[in-house]
Design a protein around this ligand. Structure first.
Ligand SMILES: [Zn+2]
Length: 356
């Protein structure tokens, strides 16, 4: 895969009010649950993304950046490789304009790869609107098949299928996404319940693992970890495939049915990102899941204050969207949000044995 022309090198974070001081271990901004980033008016937003002689003008800072966007109640994650290649994992379901605005701000034209974790509206609902303004250059991965019967409706799924069109591919453990000639890769650790017999749409989520040097981040949609309430414990069987990670996109918006002790003991995340909306009818995030994450020593970053358990000072930072950044050859990574930047050291051993 060829590298892109890098048109700009300035560090550009989407986050508003970026502070430069770090490390920042002050008490989290627990009062800032209401999102301060206005939804974008996406009308005519395509103008900034015009191709240049067929080449997409991407801003590449030379570092790996993972943007966990504040899409409210839902997931929206944009990965930009050091060479400027891009992967969108889910696109949220309500703040579609923010996703498009982010792509505009970063100078991202067409998206190289898309991944849909599963077929719930808060993960794929915005995909048609996003892909009306951006093409997927190579492939749009999902779990194949069609929605589980508990899904939010076939209209959402059908609109998604129409939007990804001929680029749709079923994710496979045998076919990871390789970025920057393989320096960065995304493994598909599991999908469709990993052989557990799960039938709940959440439990069928694609589990994507981003790997770059020592850095590993796992993003598994709304995967569950308990045999209860129609759900299935998929986490326990997937954790050994994932291995130890630095960053964990907390499953299912902090619902009590995710983040079980076995998952946390094996993946040992240092940082957990909780994408959650202040307006949600589910009581997310739950006291149970947040308690387990605290017990496991995971530093938590919430996109919003949610509608469940209150954030705990010193443990939970309600920072809006955050950007995780990893420099080439780095032994560590940073997390930046509206409260500042925090530095972390990566685990000393690579969880992934590079086969290149
Ligand atoms: Zn969800």
């Amino acid at each position: 895969m060829k590298r892109r022309v890098l048109l700009a090198s300035s560090m550009l974070f989407v986050t508003v009010g970026l502070a430069c001081g770090f490390p920042d271990d002050r008490a989290p901004d627990t009062g800032a649950g209401v999102d301060s980033v206005p939804s974008a008016d996406v009308s005519g937003a395509d103008a900034a993304s015009a191709d240049v002689d067929g080449e997409v003008p991407l801003i590449a800072a030379g570092t790996l950046r993972v943007h966990f966007l504040d899409v409210g109640q839902g997931d929206g994650i944009l990965i930009v490789s050091p060479g400027g290649e891009t992967v969108l994992i889910d696109g949220g379901g309500s703040r579609c304009g923010l996703v498009v605005q982010t792509l505009d701000t970063l100078g991202v034209g067409d998206i190289d790869y898309a991944i849909a974790s599963h077929y719930h509206e808060d993960h794929i609902g915005c995909t048609p609107e996003i892909l009306a303004r951006r093409d997927v250059r190579y492939a749009a991965y999902d779990r194949g098949a069609s929605p589980s019967t508990d899904s939010t409706g076939s209209d959402t799924y059908n609109a998604y299928v129409a939007a990804v069109g001929s680029k749709r591919r079923k994710a496979s453990a045998e076919a990871p996404i390789l970025l920057d000639n393989g320096d960065v890769r995304i493994d598909f650790a599991a999908l469709n319940g990993n052989g557990t017999g799960a039938s709940d749409e959440n439990d069928l989520s694609v589990v994507a693992v981003l790997r770059y040097g020592r850095f590993d981040a796992v993003m598994g949609g709304d995967l569950g970890g308990y045999d209860a309430g129609g759900g299935t414990d998929v986490e326990t069987s997937v954790a050994p495939i994932v291995g130890r990670v630095e960053v964990y996109k907390v499953h299912h918006h902090g619902s009590e049915d995710g983040s079980n002790p076995a998952w946390l003991a094996i993946t040992q995340p240092q940082v957990g990102v909780v994408p959650v909306g202040t307006v949600n009818p589910y009581g997310h995030p739950s006291a149970a899941a947040m308690g387990r994450l605290h017990q496991a020593g995971v530093d938590l970053y919430w996109t919003q204050a949610g509608n469940g358990v209150a954030p705990v000072a010193g443990l939970d930072r309600v920072w809006g969207g955050v950007v995780v950044e990893v420099a080439p050859g780095s032994q560590g990574f940073t997390v930046t949000g509206k409260g500042g930047t925090v530095q972390y050291q990566s685990w000393p051993d690579a969880a992934f044995a590079d086969s290149m």
